[in-house]
Write a protein that binds this ligand. Structure first.
Ligand SMILES: [Zn+2]
Length: 408
């Protein structure tokens, strides 16, 4: 068993404790000790750097790595869609992200080739297609298209954006179908969204009883449901039905935050995508998107404050879509502006790991954990722009393997 010591860095271990100095010993992909590297040890010298756990993005869409309208309008070959997905998977590692939770659109085939090491990328936990109600958020077909045509837009093995359900029985079938294709949790859209032209942000989607069907199927599989939700009515429906996590949470008010707290429901706010969506031309989006996005950022920032005061577990997700998913760490920079760099780091590491159900093995630097780590050239806790700059992530280690940086 080869031991390697990552030595000399200041360590911000993801727990939120003050950074400390110590060398980290890694063997067989796992952190086996923290202390002083022995003089005869194999050492990777990290003097002058700050070592953090590998970052986790709890809300990604690797399956949406091409220009959106071109991808769903049959203008791209399968080869090109695959090339775009694989490129973005590699970029996540380069930006310091060693784990991502794909919240809709990625087929299990991609998860498998990355896990096999045939394609460079982070650890991927995926829900497969999003579950949406007929014509709800997650449907990007034209209004004239027969509902049955929607799944012809999917690219089996690569990307399948959503499965549409008209009632509880169809939803049960579609959740089971997603598990069959490799999903390990369930994502349901319970309100309208920003992207897509068939609904409004303040719509609610799926009834409490329907959401409860997805929760029941997830529980039978030993996993959980998270929901895409912007408005309070939709979030309250979902919490009452037993979901474990809310994505976006744009309009969360105090009573809703209290209800979430009572049911220990986590929140994953998503700021980076809001900036990204303002640029509708380069994103290849419907110009109406700009009207829908107006005001979302301010409201989401207010909801973050309300949720923090209510004591919710608050993770972090970029929700980046489209071809250029290079600056995933932008989400930490934005969160650092609203809170602090340390809070952003904790959300992106130990809290996200907990939300993903993998907090026992990733998200902190301590003995017994998987060796997922990033060495930053400058201190991101002093200047959170460092998190957003892939060039600052000098060394990226996933499960003990150096994925970026010096390999000696
Ligand atoms: Zn999303």
């Amino acid at each position: 068993m080869v031991e390697k010591w990552f030595a000399g860095a200041v360590v911000a271990d993801g727990s939120g404790e003050d950074p400390w100095r110590g060398d980290v010993c890694v063997s067989d992909g796992v952190i086996t000790a923290i202390g002083r590297a022995p003089s005869d040890a194999e050492v990777i010298d990290l003097h002058g750097m700050v070592l953090t756990p590998g970052l986790i993005d709890a809300h990604v869409h690797l399956g949406l790595s091409s220009p959106i309208r071109a991808q769903f309008g049959f203008q791209l070959s399968i080869a090109e869609i695959a090339a775009d997905i694989f490129a973005n998977a590699g970029r996540a590692l380069d930006a310091g992200f060693t784990t991502v939770r794909d919240t809709g659109g990625l087929d299990g085939g991609v998860v498998e080739v990355i896990a096999k090491g045939k394609v460079r990328g982070p650890r991927v936990i995926s829900c497969g297609p999003v579950q949406c109600q007929t014509g709800g958020h997650g449907y990007y077909g034209a209004a004239w298209e027969p509902t049955e045509m929607w799944e012809t837009h999917h690219t089996p093995g690569l990307a399948s954006l959503s499965l549409m359900s008209g009632n509880a029985d169809e939803l049960r079938r579609n959740v089971r179908e997603s598990f069959r294709r490799g999903a390990t949790f369930v994502k349901l859209c319970v309100t309208g969204g920003v992207v897509g032209g068939h609904d409004r942000l303040d719509d609610t989607q799926f009834t409490v009883d329907e959401i409860a069907v997805a929760v029941e199927e997830a529980a039978a599989r030993g996993t959980y449901v998270t929901v895409h939700a912007h408005n309070n009515a939709g979030i309250r429906n979902a919490v009452r039905a037993g979901v474990r996590c809310v994505e976006h949470g744009t309009d969360i008010d105090e009573p809703t935050a209290r209800l979430m707290r009572e049911h220990d429901v986590a929140l994953v706010p998503t700021f980076a995508v809001v900036d990204q969506l303002m640029d509708v031309e380069s994103m290849d989006l419907d110009p109406a998107t700009r009207d829908r996005i107006a005001g979302v950022r301010t409201r989401m920032a207010a909801a973050l404050g309300v949720s923090r005061r209510a004591g919710l577990r608050i993770g972090l997700g970029s929700d980046l879509i489209g071809p250029d998913q290079r600056r995933r760490g932008e989400e930490l920079r934005l969160r650092a502006e609203l809170e602090s760099p340390m809070q952003a780091l904790v959300s992106a590491t130990s809290v996200n790991a907990d939300i993903l159900g993998i907090g026992e093995t990733v998200g902190t630097i301590r003995a017994g954990m998987h060796a997922d780590m990033v060495a930053w050239q400058r201190d991101p806790l002093q200047d959170a722009r460092v998190f957003a700059d892939p060039d600052m992530a000098a060394l990226v280690v996933r499960a003990g393997r150096i994925e970026k940086g010096e390999t000696s």
